[in-house]
Design a protein around this ligand. Sequence first.
Ligand code: NA7
Length: 536
Amino acid sequence: PSPRVATDFDAIIIGAGVSGLYQLYRLRELGLATRVFESGSNVGGTWYWNRYPGARFDSESWTYGYSFSQELLDEWDWEEHFAGQPETERYLNYVADKFDLRRDIRFRTTVTAAHYQEDSRSWKIMLDDGTSCTARFLVTAIGVLSASVLPRIPGIESFQGQSCHTHNWPKEPVSFDGKRVAVIGTGATGIQAITEIAKTAGHLTVFQRTAQWSAPLHNARVTPEEMREIRRNYAEIFARCQETLGCFIHTADPRSVFEVTEEEREAFWEQRYGEPGFGIWMGNFRDVLVDREANRLMSDYLARKIRQRVKDPAVAEKLVPRTHGFGTRRVPLESGYFEVYNQPNVKLVDLAETPIERITPAGIRTSDADYEFDMIVYATGFDAITGAFDRIDFRGVGGTSLKDKWADGPVTLLGILVDGFPNFLMVMGPHAGLGNFPRAVEYTSDWVTALIRHARDNGITRVDATPEAAKAWTDHVIETNEGLLFTEVDSWMTGINRNLEGKQVRRVMRYSGGHPAFRQHCEAISAGGYRELSMA
Ligand code: NA7
């Protein structure tokens, strides 16, 4: 091998979202010639694409920004406790400008393939304009929810009105005034979009396949005094995020549902229901997400809330989830979602009763009716976690395709390395812990940066996970999922997408041991001199 052959770049990063921007900042700090390729025309990733009405954080803004720069923390004022997409997009643009990141980012450029070349220990990256370039290290920062999926419904291309997936929302303002609008999908996205669209649409019809356990967000503006207080407490806030399983400020109550009286339980749930954010999910009794009976009691509590808030009892019953318990899917947070169904201009169609048969040129045909629409909004989700990887032809040693390697589920070391894919590093890939992303991104990027620094300082040009270490980590990830109720439910978190062939079997996609334990694993490997990696 001639590993000293010059490459075009020391490192290439795919994606200029929250992860890619930070990774670029760190690698540049290391003195690496780094290039980022980004499909969009600007920075932001998730917060660039998802510009549908109502798109916003369900995590406190002030826990969701970067923590690495004191100057940035001093300068940036959050406007809302749960920032809307425009505010977050502004924030990420501010970061890109402040750290002069744009000069190393090529926009409107999609990576179509990346092949490892053993002779030069480098990656050849193929771009959609037909050109290619090479780099020693390839870092993927392509997101876990970035490969959007339209539903598999016959006739979908025949619709004559406007239609759009929420992830691919146009940049120009979309007016719903006086229009007959359909929304298909009631996940976290659908619930946000429906609530907003219902405010102005002439008529809105919601097509619901699965009802969701949703709870109030309680968003509010951040007052100047609050912002001063937040700024004073940043160190504490971020320290707290480091201690919790999902890097949120919320953490489970140490008590069991069964240790308290019925009155205490109800009072506690009332308190959580009345508080902003994910406390109701992440700060509930410790057994709500693992014990079937505890989970049932919590679900019953929320069902009562739905019945109180929705006036028509028949509609309320349709909105009460039957297929899964509270918190076993990602809990959408809402701002008046259930009350939308009390409006005269909104209709709920329960697809469990009357399934969609086809999209027609004029609208949607269910088993019992033909609906006409001016606009159809597809809030139908993503080919999650591995989808963005599958859409790029990644090939490792001997031309092995990553998609084939992961056909039976992802195999990784720390969710960062893949054996047989040297110098390939993932920031938030499969087997990463989910939760508060920026917190996990900063940690993972720093670990990746330290590994690259170690390689550079020691004249190492080939870094790979050993197959044994990757297997051990993958087995461990599977273990961390055992006993959690969410693993028994179909959702993007268990690798299910009913619109896609090959995504019908539940798989372990995420590390569920919590971020503190994840960091311990990472630290053990780096402090131990990377014995789980082969380096040459
Ligand atoms: P989700 O959570 O995957 O939700 C997708 C929704 O679309 C869900 O309600 C699906 O019903 C529905 N869907 C998908 N295909 C169809 C068809 N063919 N017919 C009817 N309904 C359909 O995606 P989101 O974008 O809402 O959220 C993704 C994550 O982004 C979210 O969890 C946050 O972390 C941020 P189903 O439930 O499968 O029956």
